[in-house]
Write a protein that binds this ligand. Structure first.
Ligand code: UDP
Ligand code: MG
Length: 155
């Protein structure tokens, strides 16, 4: 099973979509193994968005991410990284497919409600960036035999 990081960005918190967004991941069958509200600072944002440091929107993006608390979530499941990315939709909410979080709930390419790790290697780094080991939980889902086949459970 993979684990991946999701951030509910300030827009999701302000607009009252925390429950709506968490419900979408839950309904899909992803297991929540970590959750916390936090204020982000320049140190963590410079790391998290290092790949965007040369972009004109970098400072605006950081200011936006600091404007309100965010909710950090860690989700677990088979192929969780790609499944979660597809549930979120493409970066620009106006282009994102209907049925996705961004496509259904957003209008912005910047204030696009959620962050989700893009590949497994980055998910591993990002989970460590936002969670201490003791803030992540391992537990059995009682109904996992109905969610996955025996073969899938062992992956
Ligand atoms: N972003 C932005 N303007 C852009 C592209 C990206 O403000 O033209 C922001 C947006 O909030 C996005 C984040 O930068 O979610 C990270 O960009 P990335 O390309 O990694 O997109 P994502 O992985 O979030 O879809
Ligand atoms: Mg990204």
């Amino acid at each position: 099973m993979e684990r991946t990081l999701v951030l509910l960005k300030p827009g999701a918190v302000q607009r009252g979509y925390i429950g709506e967004i968490i419900t979408r991941f839950e309904k899909k069958g992803l297991k929540l193994v970590g959750a916390k509200m936090m204020n982000l600072n320049d140190e963590i944002l410079n790391e998290h968005y290092a790949h965007l440091a040369d972009k004109a929107f970098f400072n605006d993006l950081k200011s936006f991410m600091k404007s309100n608390p965010v909710i950090a979530l860690c989700w677990e499941g088979l192929d969780a990284v790609s499944v979660v990315r597809r549930i979120c939709g493409t970066t620009n909410s106006r282009d994102a497919e209907l049925g996705t979080i961004r496509g259904d709930l957003g209008m912005s390419g910047s204030a696009n409600l959620v962050h989700a790790s893009d590949i497994l290697d980055n998910a591993k780094v990002e989970i460590k960036r936002f969670f201490l080991p003791e803030e992540l939980f391992s537990y059995e889902m009682a109904f996992c035999n109905f969610l996955y086949s025996t073969d899938e459970i062992s992956q």
